[in-house]
Design a protein around this ligand. Structure first.
Ligand SMILES: [Zn+2]
Length: 425
């Protein structure tokens, strides 16, 4: 991805640096050739000449957001079947390009894929890095791995649908290894697995059901780590979370139902969790209008309560939480990503500064790129949001992309009001 040439000064706004530190009331960020050279109080900023000046209009200057559980290929999913047979790969690829552009416009300058149809996210990343299409800096995941008969294996044999575009189905440790080896050749960075079920499948794979054995999970981790890949998994049931931690998973998606022993293990290993929890509230609130059964909605309520409690306990105990998740469903569409932040402030009880840290610094740590972005720190890439408003007082401002004065990636203004053409006077 190209970096800017020259120097930009962003001034006249409060500075929220993404570390969780209190906002600096009169902040300035200076970036030269796409990298931050100064971020701090205006009074201490070095003098610069020949700079482009961006006026934050008394609003907020903060790091670009990181979507830590992004499904670029999900689109208008109203039933699990919509994930595998609704559209051909050609059309899904086009939809995914629209979604990455939208994510950037929504202030997400980076994103970790939480699983993608076919290998589309690997090629999206290539397109974005080559400046062919706009989008977040990506970490890729490709096809997911699940045990036969598990959450992601819903087509009975008579349908003769192999699911090859969505998930690699495995039986036993040997097949788990074989599946990871396929992904190595695809160029995938994160192996996404399904250790547990979900409220969405109450009959056979509910949120307390295991969909992979410890042996299968351990084989995935050993093979993936051998090839320099990381492993994550959809973990709701307590035993599934525990298995994932013991097997050496690099992150946990959801981490819903945790007992004390599992929480201790998580904290000891410093494993980040991405709760992806607003999805549960959206499923409860809007499920009836999309025909979700009361049983499914009750399961989402149990998941929401358990997940919120676990997230609070993790953060209070000093653990790491990344934010993002599962946007692309009919009742939780792409573009709504920042609702996750408002939800964590209003419903879960994180402070705005804690929430922003989770959505920036911790997201970058999860991607393994915290030396490159995630905070406003000299030396890092100038991935910066300039927001018209005080996001500490009202974090929901971040939900409205019209409030972005500028979405900046590598020092280049990619979206926001400053990219809109001015009308002829
Ligand atoms: Zn997901």
């Amino acid at each position: 991805m190209k970096l800017a040439h020259g120097t930009t000064v962003i001034r006249n706004g409060q500075l929220v640096d993404g570390t969780g530190a209190p906002a600096v009331r009169e902040g300035v960020v200076i970036a030269t050739d796409g990298r931050i050279t100064y971020a701090g109080p205006a009074a201490a900023a070095p003098a610069v000449s020949n700079a482009t000046v961006i006026d934050a209009r008394g609003g907020t200057i903060m790091p670009g957001l990181v979507e830590a559980h992004f499904h670029p290929t999900y689109f208008d999913v109203a039933a699990l079947e919509d994930l595998d047979i609704k559209y051909p790969v050609e059309y899904v690829t086009l939809l995914a390009c629209v979604n990455t552009k939208l994510a950037l416009e929504c202030g997400y300058t980076s994103a970790r894929s939480g699983g993608s149809l076919f290998n589309i996210d690997v090629w999206l990343k290539k397109g974005i890095e080559s400046d062919l299409i706009p989008g977040p800096r990506m970490s890729t995941s490709g096809r997911e791995i699940c045990g036969v008969g598990g959450l992601m294996d819903w087509n009975p044999d008579y349908r003769k649908i192999g699911m090859e575009g969505l998930v690699l189905l495995i039986n036993g440790a040997d097949e788990a290894r074989a599946a990871v080896r396929k992904l190595v050749k695809d160029g995938v960075e994160w192996v996404k697995t399904y250790p547990t079920g979900d409220a969405a499948a109450p009959d056979t794979n509910d949120h307390h059901t295991l969909c992979m054995t410890y042996e299968e999970m351990h084989a995935v981790v050993a093979t993936a780590h051998n090839h320099g890949m990381k492993v994550t998994g959809h973990c709701r049931a307590t035993a599934g979370i525990k298995n994932a931690l013991l097997a050496g998973y690099d992150t946990i998606e959801h981490g819903t139902f945790m007992d004390d022993e599992t929480l201790d293990l998580l904290l000891e290993r410093r494993t980040p969790v991405v709760p992806a929890l607003y999805f549960e509230l959206a499923s409860i609130q809007r499920g009836p209008e999309f025909g979700l059964s009361q049983r499914v909605i009750d399961g989402h309520q149990e998941t929401l309560d358990g997940g919120a409690e676990s997230a609070r306990r993790i953060l209070r105990a000093g653990g790491r939480i990344g934010l993002g998740g599962d946007y692309g469903f009919a009742w939780n569409p792409h573009g709504d990503y920042a609702r996750e932040l408002t939800f964590f402030v209003n419903y879960v009880g994180f402070t705005p500064l804690e929430t922003i840290k989770c959505a920036t610094q911790t997201g970058a740590e999860i991607m393994g790129r915290s030396n490159e972005f995630g905070t406003l720190t000299a030396g890092k890439l100038a991935d910066i949001l300039v927001v018209d408003g005080d996001v500490i007082t009202d974090i929901s401002i971040l939900e409205d992309r019209n409030r972005f004065i500028a979405v900046i990636q590598g020092g280049i203004v990619k979206a926001g009001q400053l990219t809109k053409p001015s009308l002829p006077g």
